[in-house]
Design a protein around this ligand. Structure first.
Ligand SMILES: Cc1cc2nc3c(=O)[nH]c(=O)nc-3n(C[C@H](O)[C@H](O)[C@H](O)COP(=O)(O)O)c2cc1C
Length: 191
């Protein structure tokens, strides 16, 4: 079964993006894509001590080890990003920075959101660079969510039917990249 990690990155009191993360997890699951929500409240990591691979065994926390295992098994990654000062949320970047080879030769997809009208697209563009650098290039279709405070209920059910329609193309494309990259990895990857 296809597995993806959905990485969300806000620990802010009253955080809103968690609703968008729950929405995308449900939609992926409905398409038989096993999705693990990575919530920094459940996987608290210290501000980057070092990359997981560079830490001594006794410095690796159980959360770091669990994330390493989840990321290694994942076929793709969804980044659910807010926008802080036109850039990426620090808790999200902190989780992502801990790892590297776990992401390589796998696709990523970006869901962005904000309380305003632009849906976090400025942070999204930063993520494209970061994700490429990490070897998990992002798919062309993105999923920006403006006025996230009005978009979903607390369980991540959309209040507007348009989200159910838009997400279909996003997942279709992501699924294609996941399968195509996996077939490529099975044939072998460059050293
Ligand atoms: C420090 C900070 C900076 C922000 N900067 C932006 C911004 O540049 N653009 C924007 O559209 N919203 C900005 N916002 C509003 C966020 O889009 C909104 O608070 C959003 O809900 C944050 O995601 P979260 O609720 O998941 O933490 C900012 C919020 C905070 C706390």
């Amino acid at each position: 079964m296809t597995k993806v990690a959905v990485i969300y990155g806000s620990v802010r009191e009253g955080r809103l993006g968690i609703k968008a993360a729950k929405f995308i997890v449900k939609k992926l699951e409905r398409r038989n894509i096993e999705s693990t929500l990575i919530d920094p409240l459940e996987f608290p990591l210290p501000l980057l001590k070092n990359k997981f691979d560079y830490l001594k065994e006794n410095e690796k926390t159980k959360e770091m080890k669990k994330l390493h295992e989840i990321f290694e098994k994942a076929d793709g990654f969804v980044i659910v990003t807010g926008e802080y000062n036109h850039s990426v949320p620090p808790a999200l970047k902190n989780i992502v920075d801990y790892f590297g080879r776990e992401y390589a030769f796998k696709p990523s997809a970006i869901v962005s959101y904000s309380m305003g009208p632009f849906g976090g697209v400025r942070a999204m563009m930063h993520w494209r660079d970061i994700l490429s650098e990490l070897g998990m290039p992002s798919i062309p279709t993105t999923f920006p969510i403006p006025e996230v405070q009005n978009a979903f209920d607390d369980d991540g059910n959309p209040k507007d039917e348009k989200y159910n329609e838009r997400v279909k193309k996003f997942i279709d494309e992501f699924d294609w990249y996941i399968k195509t990259f996996r077939a490529g990895r099975e044939k072998g990857i460059p050293n």
